[in-house]
Design a protein around this ligand. Structure first.
Ligand code: ADP
Ligand code: MG
Length: 238
């Protein structure tokens, strides 16, 4: 059974329809990339899954629960943004474990979860540092660590690498892929970068003007683009 069901989701901002009847079933453990030009509705769809944005029509299910009317807290998802917004006055360890403090987890539980996430992300030696003492890539790792510590049903990434330089972006792509393989988690990853989409995705959802143009594997999109927009965007010869 699919992990996330996006069923006929529509979203209006005022009179403007920015999500037009979107249907996607995201499989358990799948790395799904939402890709499309700026303004096509990617963040709005991701925020709708997270519950940060109410939808105007349709339903959203996570696991076997209909979460359409639930606030973000009731959805068991963790979102990683491009401006990672770490707490400057907290150490790396506390930044990563803070959500568990809010959930009143025991100190031992917190420390174990932080230690495990730090090990996965290569942050073990940096746990005592403050965000200002970290590089951009290290900060991005801490932001991912915060999400991992929560052990969510679904990870939501909104252009997490767009503030990094080109070289670091390439490194971080493969780190995120390794993370996915290691955790086996379900990931919805937003980018406007088709190379990122083609190299990271199990399946790609191509959006354009609030419409889902095509959903398929990188190879399917490349070999059999549904229309000219997809062909041009993906860089397919077809
Ligand atoms: P993307 O992430 O693909 O760049 P967005 O989901 O951020 O696109 O935006 C989709 C459309 O919705 C854009 O036209 C944007 O201007 C509009 N939009 C996004 N958020 C709001 C908002 N809070 N109020 C009004 N319009 C918005
Ligand atoms: Mg966006």
């Amino acid at each position: 059974m699919a992990k996330v069901h996006i069923d006929a989701v529509r979203k209006f901002f005022g009179d403007v329809e920015v999500l037009k009847n979107i249907d996607i079933a995201i499989e358990d453990g799948e790395f799904l990339v939402l890709v499309g030009p700026s303004g096509c509705g990617k963040s709005t769809l991701l925020r709708s899954i997270a519950g940060l944005e109410g939808i105007s029509g349709g339903r959203i299910r996570i696991g076997d629960e209909d979460v359409t009317d639930r606030p973000p807290k009731g959805r068991d998802v963790a979102m990683v943004f491009q401006n990672y917004a770490l707490y400057p006055h907290m150490t790396v360890a506390r930044n990563m474990g803070f959500s568990l403090e809010l959930k009143r987890a025991s100190r031992a539980e917190r420390e174990a979860a932080v230690r495990k996430a730090a090990e996965i992300l290569g942050l073990t030696d940096l746990l005592g540092r403050y965000p200002r003492q970290l590089s951009g890539g290290q900060r991005q790792r801490v932001a991912m660590g915060r999400a991992i510590v929560r052990d969510p049903k679904v990870f939501l990434f909104d252009e997490p690498l767009s503030n990094l330089d080109a070289k670091l972006r390439v490194t971080m792509r493969s780190e995120i892929k390794q993370l996915h393989r290691r955790l086996g988690s379900t990931i919805v990853y937003v980018t406007h970068d088709q190379v990122e989409a083609m190299t990271m995705a199990d399946r790609i959802a191509v959006m354009h003007g609030g419409v889902l143009e095509q959903l398929g594997t990188p190879q399917e999109l490349y070999e059999r683009p549904a229309n000219r927009f997809v062909a041009t965007f993906i860089g397919s010869p077809a």
